[in-house]
Design a protein around this ligand. Structure first.
Ligand code: ADA
Length: 570
């Protein structure tokens, strides 16, 4: 899949990006008519993309079929999908391979014994919502559909390592790593067999020996523990990365890791033992011209703009971002908050308590942890956003996800963004109190922030969580790009800049606040369910417009964050 480095030298990987045959299935008749054996009335589209950029499909919500003919020399094939929006059913030459739910995560299918020649891969994609959907239909972004990230076919041979996770901890003085690899293996042979395997981190070989894997099923293998001395730490702006090479007899996997420690102590967030203040921004991986099929060149551009604002952190609101974006963050030394698309406003109390929904969310967390575990930039796992965390259902969901992520998520803080504030009953299950609050925009004026700070601090005391640091995970206001008015009315660039200047300085001065994530990096297209408050059909709270042209607030954030960074470095 698209990464910023080559993942395989030995394993053969063929991209299936590019031209696919495509047909919308407005009447839902494709399955009954056997379109998996050939789709009718097809047009050619590009993959990855969203169908909303195709003529006549701007707001299409429904089923659509994709078909790709490809040549293979045959063998055991693994079909890899970076992300499909939202449900995917997949066939190879008309034979059903399986399905996947969830628009922002990787999935794959392995098919042994494929003959040499031409074959056809068919995908039925559906982006409709039902009562179990995550997210629910009401979200503050657009309902795109399609195959939105890369597709590839790999040829597997012998014992293969499909994924890896480096579980480690650092010694007290942060100089020595103790760790072990967990490998997700597959053996293409019918029977259990062995392979020599060598694993290295940078120049150091940390394992060399045999592993045995049963035939034709996935198996997790935990390698023996190793110790590595004098490690160079990964840090903000000092992104020390190590190459990981996993070499088997007939297969290989290349990855990268970085070593760092994140912890919370006495209202501080410590990165590698030193207090860190989060100078962050919320970013959607979206732009109306290409939807969620966000190009690599634009990711780089966004990172440059974010760095230019002197940010050191990004919240990937509100879903797992692409792997290559994470690679950029690892390389650049930017801290990242990764979350799943449980966007609370859409969820009723009843839906939040629904077993299918809770399980689905847990599966999304499992996929996020599985695919992003080794990225040092991810320091926060986000459980959910603005759910009813003041209800028993919200509390139960939070408890469950917190327990899962603390146990399986590696060295990360586990958080959620609350808009329940002084009514929230779930603060016992977060490592940092993260608050979304919009005084100065939806309600209250700017000075209201001051009394709110007193109220929330008193409430945290009462709840027995006043030792936790506070982060403002969302705050801001809308501005229509180019609308200037010296009187500073709402929707003017001036008002947005004033609001952010006020709040950022207030947070920075407050003894319990350890950072902020401005809502938001740029304007994003949103859906009809958001109603009249979304002028132009956009959420206009970006400090840039959707084409990444800066509003006045961009420079305000830059000025504030620069002065905070300068103070921190003294
Ligand atoms: C919420 C939500 C964001 C966005 C924001 C807003 O906090 O988490 O996705 O909708 O409100 O602009 O109102």
């Amino acid at each position: 899949m698209a990464r910023l480095f080559e993942e395989h030298i030995v394993r053969s990987v063929k991209s299936l990006n590019g031209a696919w045959r495509f047909c919308a299935d407005r009447e839902d008749k494709g399955e009954a008519e056997g379109w998996e054996k050939g789709i009718p009335n097809a047009r050619t589209v590009a993959v990855p993309s969203v169908w909303n950029c195709e003529s006549g499909l701007l707001s299409y919500e429904g089923a659509a079929w994709y078909e790709k003919k490809f040549y293979t020399k045959g063998g055991c094939l693994r079909f890899c999908f970076g992300a499909v929006m939202t449900t995917a059913k997949v066939w190879l030459d008309g034979e059903y391979l399986g399905s996947h739910y969830g628009g922002f995560s990787f999935f794959d299918f392995i098919v042994p014994d494929v003959a040499e020649g031409y074959h056809t891969l068919t995908v039925l994609v559906d982006n409709r919502f039902d009562e179990y959907s995550i997210p629910q239909k009401k979200v503050d972004w657009y309902h795109y559909g399609g195959i939105v990230r890369d597709v590839a076919v790999e040829t597997l041979e012998g014992i293969c390592v499909l994924n890896n996770r480096l579980e480690y901890c650092l010694s007290e003085d942060l100089s020595t790593v103790e760790g072990h690899f967990v490998l997700d293996c597959y053996n293409t042979k019918r029977r259990k067999s062995e392979s020599m395997i060598r694993v290295s981190i940078g120049e150091e070989i940390v394992f060399e020996g045999k592993i045995a894997v049963s035939g034709r099923k996935r198996q997790e293998i935990i390698l023996p523990a190793f110790e590595m001395k004098n490690v160079r730490l990964w840090d903000v702006g000092k992104p020390e990365l190590y190459e990981v090479r996993i070499e088997a007899e007939t297969d290989d996997l290349i990855d990268r890791v970085g070593f760092r420690k994140i912890a919370v102590k006495d209202k501080e967030i410590l990165l590698n033992g030193k207090p860190v203040e989060f100078r962050g921004v919320n970013r959607h991986e979206e732009q109306a011209d290409f939807g969620f099929a966000f190009p690599l060149s634009r990711m780089k551009h966004d990172i440059d703009l974010i760095l230019d604002m002197v940010c050191n952190a990004i919240r990937g609101s509100h879903y797992p971002n692409s792997k290559e974006f994470l690679d950029y963050l690892d390389e650049t030394g930017i801290l990242f908050w990764s979350e799943i698309p449980i966007w609370g406003c859409g969820f009723s109390q009843e839906t939040l308590g629904d077993k299918t929904v809770v399980k689905r969310g847990l599966e999304m967390h499992r996929e996020m942890v599985r695919d992003y575990y080794n990225h040092p930039s991810i320091v926060f796992w986000g459980m959910h956003n603005e759910i009813l965390s003041d209800t028993p259902e919200g509390l139960e969901m939070t408890k469950k996800y917190y327990a899962y992520l603390k146990e399986n998520g590696g060295n990360r803080l586990v958080v959620y963004a609350s808009n329940r504030h002084v009514k929230d009953i779930s603060f016992g299950y977060t490592d940092v109190i993260c608050l979304n609050m919009y005084f100065g925009w939806y309600s209250g004026d700017l000075p209201r922030w001051n009394s709110f700070m007193d109220e929330i601090c008193a409430y945290l005391e009462e709840q027995g969580v006043s030792h936790l640091p506070i982060i403002f995970s969302e705050f801001g206001g809308g501005a229509i790009y180019g609308f200037h008015d010296a009187e500073c009315p709402k929707w003017s660039e001036e008002y947005q800049a004033k609001l952010l200047d006020y709040t950022l300085n207030l947070f920075h001065e407050h003894p319990a606040v350890r950072g902020s994530f401005v809502w938001q990096f740029c304007d994003i297209r949103t859906c009809a369910e958001m109603g009249f408050s979304r002028a132009r059909g956009f959420n206009n709270k970006g400090v840039m417009n959707e084409n990444r042209r800066p509003k006045a607030a961009y420079y305000t954030v830059q000025k504030c964050y620069r002065s905070f960074a300068e103070k921190e470095s003294k």
